[in-house]
Write a protein that binds this ligand. Structure first.
Ligand code: COA
Ligand code: MG
Length: 297
């Protein structure tokens, strides 16, 4: 079973100090940023530093996946970014501000050419689009399902750039919850990712000094069908990893469900602890156990 990436930690691609933290942080993936965390004047430096850093830890020697967020297609830098980083063989590219699957297809063609030029297996580099950052993008979230994008890892979403794109002065209400538009695009992202057979990755939790809020928010996201989340600070990583893993209670319960169905091979529906179970519950339990066993043997 290929395991979903639980935590994607962003690191500004021009920060030697933050890049230096990689070996001590247990993120499932790092995203070295060439986009908005890097000032325009520093982009050429980041474009050199990131591939050099990745090359020092080639595939097979690294504990975590290495992804790179490139600049979006409406800037002059996307091709330069891709040409610089593909030879270092990152595991994936995060593509911000996409309008829809055509943008992902375009970057996929670029990657195919650059992979060939670098002697990297075609399709080795995955793509995770940030699929809700432009005003038109939410209208295409269902189109990934039929777009046949073999590199697509899944979909993630972002609120800040969408607010800016639509001239909104905010995206949360007085209680700090997403307002309607952002709840809607988040749900469409979740559904679109699964419709495309990929993973749904939740957006960042901006308050990096609020571990309890982060944990509650991640648990809720996992219960809804997200399999991982973006992190912005190392302190968020362990909480995200734990929250997107089955808890010991869930694993125990899943084992009991699987055992009960195994003991009653002709039953389509059974009772356990006073609750009805049927085939979707069995499938869910099998998924939970498979995920647990893949990480813990
Ligand atoms: N990756 C690696 N190391 C990080 C880090 C990150 N994303 N964020 C913080 N650190 C390091 C700091 O350098 C600091 O190291 P030190 O103890 O050796 O001084 C340590 O963790 C503690 O950091 P802290 O002081 O709590 O935070 P900060 O004020 O230095 O940084 C941010 C706060 C938000 C600027 C920083 O977390 C960050 O750069 N996050 C990523 C931003 C990003 O890439 N955004 C793009 C996507 S939205
Ligand atoms: Mg952004």
């Amino acid at each position: 079973m290929s395991l979903p990436i639980r935590s994607f930690l962003f690191i500004p691609g021009d920060s030697e100090k933050k890049l230096g933290k990689v070996d001590g942080v247990a993120a499932d993936a790092f995203i070295f940023d060439l986009e908005d965390a890097v000032a325009v004047a520093r982009k050429p430096i980041a474009r050199e530093m990131v591939p050099a850093f990745i090359k020092e830890r080639p595939k097979g020697t690294r504990k975590s996946q290495f992804w790179v967020r490139v600049n979006p297609l409406d800037t002059p830098w996307t091709l330069e970014d891709l040409a610089a980083i593909v030879p270092a063989a990152p595991d994936g590219i995060m593509l911000p501000k996409v309008n829809g699957p055509e943008d992902v297809a375009q970057v996929s063609y670029y990657l195919s050419a650059l992979e060939a030029a670098s002697g990297i297996g075609r399709g080795a580099i995955k793509i995770l689009p940030v699929a809700t950052e432009t005003a038109v993008s939410p209208f295409h979230l269902g189109d990934y399902a039929t777009a046949k994008l073999e590199r697509l890892y899944g979909l993630t979403w972002g609120a800040e750039d969408l607010s800016s794109a639509i001239g909104a002065s905010g995206n949360t209400n007085v209680s700090g919850e997403w307002t309607h538009t952002y709840k809607m695009v988040r749900s469409l992202c979740l559904l679109g990712a699964h419709a495309a057979g990929g993973e749904a990755v939740d957006t960042l939790y901006v308050d990096f000094r609020d571990p309890d809020g982060l944990r509650a928010s991640c648990k809720a996201a996992r219960a809804e069908g997200f399999s991982g989340r973006v992190a912005i600070h190392p302190a968020q990583v362990d909480i995200i990893n734990e929250s997107f893993s089955p808890s010991p209670e869930e694993v125990d319960f899943a084992r009991r469900v699987v055992d009960l169905f195994a003991a009653n091979p002709d039953a389509g529906t059974l009772g356990l602890d006073g609750k009805m179970l049927d085939i979707p519950h069995l499938k869910q339990a099998q998924r939970t156990l498979a995920m647990h066993e893949a990480r813990h043997g």
